[in-house]
Design a protein around this ligand. Structure first.
Ligand code: CTP
Length: 409
């Protein structure tokens, strides 16, 4: 969002008050937010509110031409990197779908060549009305993006689909729209988080993984246009927008979830910190303490990554991670070779700003063909984007090789 010019269109529904939060979030991310309000919107929230949050003028009237040398709706349309209509009422959606241009916002929509996001909000029956659905379909066919409303209690008293997408999620949706689609049409599976290996109903073995890196990878892959499945161990973070989450607990459950869909994927990224061992016996009842010490017998868990790489009908590009504390490169190269992955991301978890739960990371990427790429320390989402750019490049190369071998395919 940094340094992007965003035209925020606000139309007249009760969710207009949430436009203030959206304007604030976008401004905090470094965007220049220019607000355009319909007449109806000004009945719910004042232009002064938006102006105070964005520190920029707010426009409400198509005939308010402040500078004789310019035409406001064309100027605004040309300056936008993205136009977002939030909330978009049924009335505004209908007017946009029919190419009306009788106010500033509808006129600039026709004049802009920037991507446009509609975030509808209305009563559940209005949202489900065939005319509204048809109008939204018309907008999609015109190349506009629709940030689908959520389900829940509505201001009108009903409960159902029609709630404005949460402002943080609208921002994420806009980030997705602005990201080049290097993984368009691809299916990507990411595993994330720790696994828990039960000892008894109240105790388990696990590790320090928080899932942050895996979740960042899923988020970055979605932004780049992939259909993403996130197989997640137990973590305490919010799932990324647009991603299908499969929640698991143990390594055995993660194995079933990953191997069950791996054949349909273009890439599988095993970022999960899978427990290598599990208790040989799981007690159905809480274990009571005895007199002396206690020995826990552990048995080996299946190695999901190795199994995946070695399975004969495996066609996905497979990425493994190596969490190391010493002799990092030696162990990373060993894992790449022995497990048979296409790419391995080395993460030195004792390094400051790079370990479990840190906001940032720094990694080295090793490829099966001998290449190595260093990714500088930065927020995990940035590291994830660089890793996925490398995956996208390799997938493209693989496709080009395949096309060259079989031009008729
Ligand atoms: N992995 C896996 N199944 C396991 C253990 C690990 O699929 N049972 C995957 C991880 O998701 C990661 C890679 O293998 O992509 C390496 O995991 P890591 O924990 O670094 O290494 P291990 O193979 O467990 O070896 P060690 O604990 O000896 O370092």
């Amino acid at each position: 969002m940094k340094d992007k010019t965003i035209v925020l269109g606000v139309t007249g529904g009760i969710a207009a008050y949430k436009a203030a939060l959206l304007a604030s979030l976008l401004t905090k991310r470094g965007a220049r937010v220019i607000t355009v309000m319909t007449k109806g919107a000004t009945r719910f929230i004042t232009p002064l509110t938006l102006q105070s949050l964005t520190h920029l003028p707010v426009y409400t009237d198509i005939f308010d031409e402040r500078d004789p040398s310019r035409i406001t709706h064309i100027d605004l349309a040309d300056s936008a990197d993205l136009v977002v209509i939030a909330p978009a009422t049924a009335d505004f959606i209908a007017r946009a779908a029919h190419g009306m241009a009788d106010d500033l916002l509808s006129a600039l929509l026709l004049a802009t060549t920037a991507p446009v996001v509609f975030a509808p909000a209305m009563n559940v029956h209005m949202y489900g009305h065939p005319i509204v659905l048809r109008n939204l379909q018309t907008l999609r066919e015109a190349g506009y993006h629709v940030a689908e409303p959520g389900e829940g209690p509505l201001a009108c008293g009903y409960t159902g689909k029609g709630r404005l997408m949460e402002p943080e999620d609208i921002v994420e949706f806009m980030e997705m729209v602005l990201t080049p689609k290097r993984l368009h049409g691809m299916r990507v599976l990411v595993s994330a988080g720790p696994t828990r290996e039960r000892i008894d109903p109240v105790r388990y073995l696990s590790n320090d993984s928080t899932g942050t890196m895996g979740y960042a990878l899923a988020q970055a892959a979605w932004r780049m246009g992939a259909t993403v499945t996130l197989v997640s161990g137990p973590v305490g973070i919010k799932p990324p927008v647009g991603v299908e989450v499969v929640s698991v607990e143990s390594a055995g459950e993660m194995r079933t979830a990953v191997l069950g869909v791996a054949n349909d994927q273009d890439a599988v990224i095993m970022a999960a910190a899978v427990a290598d061992y599990r208790p040989a016996l799981v007690s159905e009842r809480k274990l009571k303490k005895g007199e002396g010490g206690r020995t826990l017998e552990l048995i080996k868990n299946p190695d999901i990554l190795a199994e995946l790489c070695q399975s004969s009908n495996q066609r996905a590009y497979v990425v493994g991670f190596a969490a190391e504390t010493h002799d990092a490169e030696f162990y990373a190269q060993k894992k790449l070779r022995e497990k048979g992955a296409d790419m391995l991301v080395l993460n030195n978890v004792l390094e400051p700003g790079a370990g479990f739960g840190a906001g940032t990371n720094r990694v080295t990427v090793f490829f099966a063909d001998g290449d190595t790429v260093a990714v500088q320390r930065q927020p995990k989402l940035g590291v994830a984007s660089e890793i996925l750019a490398l995956v996208a490049e390799r997938l493209l190369r693989r496709r080009e090789r395949k096309d060259a071998l079989d031009p008729d395919a």
